[in-house]
Design a binder for this molecule. Sequence first.
Ligand SMILES: *Cc1c(COP(=O)(O)O)cnc(C)c1O
Length: 371
Amino acid sequence: MLFMLPFLSIKSITAKYADEIHEAVSRVVDSGWYLQGQENAAFERNYAEYIDTKHCVGVANGLDALVWILRAYKELGVMQDGDEVIVPANTYIASILAITENHLVPVLVEPRYDTLEMDDTLVEAKITDKTKAVMIVHLYGRCAYSDRIGELCKKYRLKLIEDNAQAHGCRFNERKTGSLGDAAGHSFYPGKNLGAMGDGGAVTTNDGELAECVRSLANYGSAKKYVFKYCGRNSRLDEIQAAVLNVKLRHLDSDNRSRQQVAAYYYDHIKNPLVAMPSRLPDKNNVYHLFPVFCKRRDDLQQYLTDNGVQTLIHYPIPPHKQECYKEWNGISLPITEKIHDEELSLPISPVMTIDEAKQVVELVNRFENK
Ligand SMILES: *Cc1c(COP(=O)(O)O)cnc(C)c1O
């Protein structure tokens, strides 16, 4: 095969910053201090400053970040078992798991087909006496916030929680996603825009009480050694991950710009009536964690691209309400969500992908035809 393009080469991204990463990891190894040390403290400071929130708490992964936000609201008396959280139906399962793990009820709202974000015109009708929060998900790297959502949360006194696992560095106007609501969960899974060398996550918030509660929950429920206020868990970010994240954070904006250049090339050059793209946002509102396209013959398109050396992935093949773990919802009909899951295909995009590679992908996509 002439052309071989992986979906994402994390190895190449690491290689780009290898010297700095090796230096940072060695520093931790030599320090003899592997948890809750200087690297965590520095990362929490740096990331809070980057997102522009008063607080950042490092945790073990992105799912836990979301779990701890909701759990902290329960511990603080803001929510209780059975309360409802409005959430987009087309999100990654982790957003929903964080809600159900806390014995809260996810209220699934359809996205818009052209934006892939939760349809904010459908939200108000879903609000009941039990609704305590709206969780928006900046899926694919697209900003999912809107003034309408912000106003609804104010009007009905709902907490606005952001799932910012896929959109580090994205903005709404001048504000970063992760600072738009009451609290945000971030994932540093290796494949994310800001990726660690293992699992990692963080909560950002301006609410000091919430931050303190999250910090305790992620440390066995303890703020003071051997004194346990909550039944927490061990969910800490380790020093090696924090050190790596401190390096990667310095390069995040330039990495995002590289993604935006590839995305711009796709938007400007993909021209095939069989392949649709979501609405194009200004660059500051999209950091292109993924580049989704839509095709009625998605599986054929994927096979054709595979045959021609281009690796693609589907985000995601099965929506949460059709998963076995949520059997009770399998009968619900959410046609737009289901259509997205049937038609979506993610083209390669990454900070190490070249415009030349994007050009090859475009030429192939444009030659895909009806059989
Ligand atoms: C990756 C991801 C998460 C979970 O993050 P982990 O670090 O893998 O636990 C949550 N929400 C969304 C939208 C994600 O993409």
